[in-house]
Design a protein around this ligand. Structure first.
Ligand code: NAI
Length: 246
């Protein structure tokens, strides 16, 4: 695997907005070949056009991370179009947070399906490919909610704690040829609150985001840093949050 980002083949889930979109733009600008997955094809097509217009190499496919076959197809597209997969960024996530007393069980299930099972499907899709290639880099986007639980975030934090556990287990099992990185953002200025169903909680989160949220580009730079390291350097975790965050 080459050092740096030039020609690295990087697949990204949830690439149609926020951190995923910013990461696709930055990595493509630095010479990576990006393979974009998300559910909103119109947005992916527009992003792909932007990247191609500046000379970037890009492919995209409709990907719902709650479907194992979709995630497998994303990895497959990277192999078909660019001959290999260097990096899989498991970024897709939702946060319909609320107090447990509200019993919004469908929201709980959705968070488990997208935030946790989506990451597992990513591992299931890419691990055999990485093993066969004898190189590969897993990146998962967790959250500072995966470090500290606060009221309304029990289930969301549960999924992110679980991602942290799975990613640490993967790192230990990965051996000396694969790399595994957890990106742990604090408040980021994205449309993430759009996935929130409790309007009161959503308003609080939006207000905090508007006061202290850092840009998605800042998270993208932290991902680029982990990817750019030489193949024998494993950046285990980057915690990146606003200076103003508790
Ligand atoms: P966002 O809402 O802009 O991006 C999330 C992306 O995931 C969207 O493109 C959305 O369509 C996609 N997505 C949702 N469900 C999906 C599914 N079933 N299949 C495929 N794609 C799906 O929000 P943001 O902030 O960019 O979120 C990215 C990641 O960052 C998430 O994992 C989130 O938990 C995490 N995060 C966000 C923070 C924030 O303050 N915005 C803080 C900490 C972590």
């Amino acid at each position: 695997m080459e050092n740096g980002l030039k020609n690295k083949v990087v697949a990204i889930t949830g690439a149609s907005s926020g951190i995923g979109e910013a990461t696709a733009l930055l990595l493509a600008e630095r010479g990576a070949k990006v393979v974009l997955g998300a559910r909103r094809l119109d947005r992916l097509a527009a992003l792909a056009d932007r990247i191609a217009a500046t000379g970037g190499e890009v492919a995209y496919i409709s990907t719902d991370v709650t479907r194992r076959a979709d995630v497998a197809n994303l990895v497959q597209l990277a192999k078909e179009r660019f001959g290999r997969l260097d990096v899989l960024i498991n970024n897709a996530g939702i946060g319909p947070i609320s107090l447990l007393d509200e019993l919004r069980v469908e929201d709980w299930e959705q968070m488990v399906d997208v935030n946790l099972k989506g990451v597992l499907y990513g591992i299931a899709a890419a691990l055999p490919v990485f093993r066969q290639q004898e190189f590969g880099h897993f990146v998962a986007v967790a959250s500072t909610a995966g470090l500290r639980v606060v009221p309304t975030m029990a289930v969301y934090a549960g999924t992110k704690f679980a991602v942290r556990a799975v990613v640490e287990g993967l790192r230990q099992e990965a051996g000396d040829k694969l790399r595994v990185t957890l990106i742990t953002p604090g408040f980021v200025h994205t449309d993430f609150a759009e996935s929130m169903t409790n309007l009161e909680v959503k308003a609080q989160i939006l207000s905090a985001r508007d006061k202290i949220g850092i840009s998605a580009a800042a998270i993208a730079r932290s991902i680029a840093f982990a990817l750019e390291q030489p193949a024998d350097v494993d950046v285990g975790e980057i915690i990146i949050r606003p200076t103003a965050q508790d």
